[in-house]
Design a protein around this ligand. Structure first.
Ligand SMILES: Cc1ncsc1CCOP(=O)(O)O
Ligand SMILES: C=C1C=NC(C)=NC1=N
Length: 220
């Protein structure tokens, strides 16, 4: 299987749901099914934070969520845990700056999707060298979900990258809701990645539908 094309990845990044058991008030499999019903375009299993599952429990949940994605042709990615991603034959991984060096991860995962969190131009150029397929940029807005999030940056970094001719697929992250998603796309992102606005929505399908409407409402 070859590397995913930029165009296909830009489509997959439109409404990119990220979740772990910690982010859910009902069973994660039910949250994912409802998010898929609403029309998410990609999923990332991110089992992190207080009370996160480990070992077999984490593996079992990941496998259940992967099957739901597979049944619905939704790309299934794993955050940070490369070993888990390889054990599951996931579609890709997302790593942060403090994880294993990206070029090492690229060697381990072959042609799978490689997403990298970047916060500066230097990190972006290094990530391009290492074979990143997309950038996660944020936190765009205030977020309670990631305790050690960097300072809120708004859309400045996204706008700067586009102004400097970076064509890498970009997804914004951090405090994104249906109300502010269009701002992220107008700044030059190809899509939005969201945890709470979907996983804790009163109606999960409606939240996804509203996010998608906002994303596609922008004519870039
Ligand atoms: C993983 C991550 N990276 C930057 S902010 C964030 C959390 C985003 O969660 P939410 O969509 O609930 O603000
Ligand atoms: C920290 C992250 C930033 N961006 C994305 C897409 N996923 C993450 N886990």
């Amino acid at each position: 299987m070859a590397r995913i094309s930029k165009e296909n990845l830009k489509d997959a990044l439109k409404v990119y749901f990220i979740m772990g058991s910690v982010n859910c008030t009902i069973h994660p499999t039910e949250v994912l099914r409802q998010a898929i019903a609403g029309g998410i375009t990609m999923f990332q299993f991110r089992e992190k934070g207080k009370g996160a599952l480990i070992g077999d429990e984490k593996y079992k949940l990941a496998k259940e969520l992967q099957w739901i994605c597979r049944d619905n042709q939704i790309p299934f990615l794993v955050n940070d845990d490369i070993e888990l991603a390889m054990a599951l034959d996931a579609d890709g991984v997302h790593i942060g700056q403090e994880d294993e060096p990206a070029e090492y991860v690229r060697k381990q995962i072959g042609d799978k999707i490689l997403g990298i969190s970047v916060h500066s131009y230097e990190e972006a150029t290094a990530a391009i060298q290492s074979g990143a397929d997309y950038f996660g940029i944020g936190p765009i807005f205030l977020t309670e979900t990631k305790e050690d999030a960097k300072p809120v940056q708004g859309t400045t970094v996204i706008q700067e990258f586009r102004a400097n001719g970076i064509t890498m697929p970009i997804v914004g992250i951090g405090g994104i809701t249906p109300e502010n998603a269009a701002i992220v796309i107008s700044a030059g992102a190809d899509g939005v990645s969201v945890i709470t606005a979907i996983s804790k929505a009163a109606s999960i399908p409606d939240a996804v539908i509203e996010l998608k409407k906002s994303v596609f409402s922008v004519k870039n």
